[in-house]
Design a protein around this ligand. Structure first.
Ligand code: FRU
Length: 510
């Protein structure tokens, strides 16, 4: 497909590099008023390879500015995923009290001639003393290897464990379904703490990647802190292919113990997921985020078909940053998700069309022409009534043949995003048609926020109790919104469609 044709899929709200391939978010850190997003990047081309760390910065998690490549693959190694911390007290000795270093822990993947078996993975360190602009590799890398060396030991995520007064690292042995925990006083010398794994891995053959371990207050009560372990798993996700699962439990400074784990052999539905869509992977959280917030970013992609997504000259986008909270829902602690305040405020100042109520009986109704758009925030409450299915179609063509259907199924009590007729679906046989979240209604109504960007939908359901993130590839002409009820009546209330098309990536920092 020609470059001009695919520019219609360049997101306005989501970060993409100007050119070339991108996957996992890396080194998410906030420092001196700037959010840094590093990421797996191929500086040489538009498919996965030559893995390096690309870099973008933002003041508000919404306007991103691409920066020069931070850590490039070289003669001896490729640079796989990892994390960054602010070494405020210069524990590493790599900066000074006046100029505390930013310290990155990343995975070295060794090449022939490196002195390691080709393909071996180990954890290495790089640092910056100019607020993240330029990066130097530590002279005595790697800082952590397995014995015997492994070619699946990767994705170090480092945080400060305040109760113990030490740095904590989790990293995976991806093919062994193990998260390994380590501690350090200086980010250089690491001591093994424990392994986290499951007694009966339900998904042999899948990889565990990109772990994250973080504390969150339950129901906003700081006296009731729980720990959340995020494990990205590929394939075997709830929507097929790659996905982000999590466990809620306790951490005593050495060991993470989940509160409850689905029985052996159970279906992915029994596990907990950050997202129920096909395109949310490698999710991790920001270090040093202001205001005590926990903000996550995931890669809006799926390894099943990521290399085939027909965009050029770039391939890969990040999902919207989200705030995470832990809430008791249906009797158990669960993550809930909200777009960031900066996103909510963008919606608040954008032109918005409001419709108080629409009632439908087994029919479809287009919303007025003023709601047409390809970059929009749609909020509404659905009361499914006697309908079997009730919902909306976004990015719909004039004849309704093309569109992404988002609906509630009253019998199954599920929310579905159906992208089987969303536009171009031909680029990969692995591009899955439907993604479903279990969502029993609490009071017969469902509140939805749908974020539509040129090549994606993100559906936040019921105050962020479930999110479905999916890539879609419609044409610019597919810009209509409609509502529908099947097999009975349904009511739609408090509909608000905001036009966010004035948003544009890549501007200078305000
Ligand atoms: C996850 C992942 C990581 C690895 C990186 C390589 O998507 O496979 O485990 O570090 O991507 O690009």
């Amino acid at each position: 497909m020609k470059e001009l044709d695919t520019l219609q899929w360049r997101p306005a709200l989501h970060y993409t590099p100007q050119r070339n391939w991108m996957n996992d978010p890396n080194g998410l850190v906030y420092y001196k008023g700037i959010y840094h997003l590093f990421y797996q990047y191929n500086p040489e081309g538009n498919v996965w390879g030559n893995m390096s760390w690309g870099h973008a910065t933002s003041r508000n998690l919404l306007d991103w500015v691409e920066q020069p490549v931070a850590l490039a693959a070289n003669r001896t190694e490729e640079v796989f995923s990892g994390s960054i911390v602010v070494d405020a007290h210069n524990t590493s000795g790599l900066g000074s009290a006046a100029l505390p270093p930013l310290v990155a822990l990343y995975t070295s993947v060794y090449k022939p001639g490196s002195g390691h078996e080709p393909g071996v993975q180990a954890q290495s360190l790089a640092y910056s003393t100019d607020e993240g602009k330029t990066w130097r590799r530590y002279a005595h890398n790697p800082v952590l290897t397995l014995d015997p060396e492994s070619s699946h030991f990767r994705d170090p995520k480092v945080s400060w464990y305040a109760p113990g007064g030490y740095w904590l690292m989790c990293a995976v042995v991806a093919d062994a379904h193990v998260v390994k925990l380590y501690r350090s006083s200086n980010l250089i010398d690491w001591t093994f703490l424990s392994d986290f794994t499951l007694p009966d891995i339900p998904h042999h053959g899948a990889l565990w990647e990109m772990p994250d371990l973080l504390p969150l207050p339950l129901d906003g009560n700081p006296a009731n802190e729980k720990w959340v372990m995020i494990v990205n798993v590929n394939p075997w996700s709830i929507a097929g292919g790659s996905g982000a699962m999590y466990f809620v439990g306790r951490f005593d400074g050495t060991r993470f113990v989940p509160d409850d784990v689905a029985p052996a052999g159970s279906d992915p539905v029994r596990w907990q997921w950050l997202d129920h869509g096909a395109d949310y992977y490698a999710a991790g959280t920001f270090s040093n985020a202001p205001g005590g917030k926990t903000v996550a970013i995931g890669w809006m992609g799926n390894w099943d078909y990521a290399n085939d997504v027909p965009t050029t000259p770039w391939r890969g986008a990040m999902a919207l940053p989200r705030e995470l909270a832990l809430k008791t829902v249906d009797g158990r602690p669960q993550l809930v998700f909200a777009p960031t305040e900066s996103y909510a405020s963008l919606v608040g100042r954008s032109p918005t069309t409001r419709i108080a109520q629409v009632g439908l009986v087994s029919s479809t109704q287009a919303l007025p022409a003023v709601t047409r758009g390809v970059v929009q925030n749609i909020e509404l409450t659905i009361e499914p009534g006697s309908a079997h299915r009730a919902g909306l179609v976004v990015r719909s063509s004039a004849d309704g043949a093309t569109g992404t259907r988002i609906f509630y199924d009253t019998q199954a009590q599920t929310l579905t995003v159906d992208r089987s007729h969303a536009g171009d679906t031909s680029f990969s046989r692995a591009y899955s048609p439907q993604h479903i979240a279990n969502l029993p209604l609490h009071d017969g109504r469902l509140r939805l926020r749908v974020v539509v960007d040129r090549a994606s939908v993100e559906v936040f359901a019921d105050d962020g109790r479930a999110v479905v993130t999916d890539l879609i590839l419609p044409t610019l002409a597919d810009d209509r919104v409609s509502l529908f009820a099947e097999g009975g009546d349904a009511s739609f209330r408090d509909i608000a469609v905001s036009d966010l098309s004035r948003m544009r990536q890549g501007r200078a920092h305000p």
